[in-house]
Design a protein around this ligand. Structure first.
Ligand SMILES: C[S@@+](CC[C@H](N)C(=O)[O-])C[C@H]1O[C@@H](n2cnc3c(N)ncnc32)[C@H](O)[C@@H]1O
Length: 237
């Protein structure tokens, strides 16, 4: 059995807690695999100037894959995670937030997260709800754990026309105890969902699929989709 199929989060020290969340969400999740799969995609998009300045990493974990992207003076990354430490640097904000609550103006945690983000971006709170600000959203290894429609749908509204969504998805791999009943179980559901949300798929790859297999529904997927509109050219990948 290939070990990437059933990786378990690695931590310096596993915390035995009443809440299994604490015990299982460790520091990193197959970081070498993710580097190998995502870095070439990031590099290609970067070389074509298609990553942009404002990047949101949803379900970032403690070692966000978006740190594989180069730092630039104008670049800022917002790392959203239900277990984030609310810390940050001038170019990285880590926000503790349940991504399923995105867009729920009546929820205190959403309003608090927005306030932090506005402070970080040095913008007015009003402009966040109304303006599409985000250049690139990265969703690595989280769609099993959340209501993927709610999360992607909520965040996608804030992507600029011509902006991008980069997905690494491992259907059914990970900590099944924590899977959401509304997680993404079949990659094909993602394709139709993106189409409905006005994203066109520019690139998809199944790097662990055997040569003779044609089915893509449950394969490890790396995907780039571009929000329609805007002036940016479609990526040639
Ligand atoms: C398997 S880890 C992936 C971490 C990182 N993206 C990576 O690729 O290494 C899943 C992450 O999703 C986060 N997560 C799970 N449910 C979430 C939710 N509802 N809102 C925000 N983050 C969530 C967990 O805390 C965890 O850090």
């Amino acid at each position: 059995m290939l070990n990437w199929l059933f990786y378990r989060p690695t931590t310096g020290q596993q915390v035995k807690a009443a809440n299994p969340w604490q015990e299982y969400w460790g520091e990193t999740y197959a970081p070498e695999l993710k580097r190998a799969l995502l870095k070439p995609v990031f590099d290609k998009l970067e070389s074509e100037d298609k990553i942009g300045s404002l990047i949101v990493d949803i379900g970032s974990g403690a070692s966000p894959v978006t740190r594989l992207l180069a730092s630039k003076p104008e670049r800022k990354r917002i790392c959203v995670d239900i277990a984030a430490d609310n810390g940050g640097t001038p170019d990285e904000l880590r926000v503790r937030f349940d991504a399923e609550k995105v867009g729920q103006a009546g929820v205190l945690s959403f309003r608090k997260a927005l306030l932090k983000i506005c402070g970080f971006l040095e913008i007015d709170l009003k402009s966040v709800g109304e303006v599409e600000l985000v250049d690139t959203i990265v969703v690595s290894d989280i769609l099993n754990y959340v209501d993927f429609r709610k999360v992607l749908g909520g965040f996608a509204e804030h992507v600029k026309p011509g902006g991008r969504l980069i997905v690494l998805n491992l259907p059914y791999r990970g900590n099944r105890l924590l899977f959401s009943g509304r997680g993404l179980k079949d990659n094909r559901e993602l394709y139709s969902f993106l189409e409905e949300r006005h994203f066109e798929i520019e690139y998809k790859n199944f790097p662990k699929r055997s040569r003779n297999v044609k089915d893509e529904s449950e394969e490890l997927l790396v995907l780039v989709a571009r929000k329609r509109g805007g002036s940016g050219a479609t990526a040639r990948m």
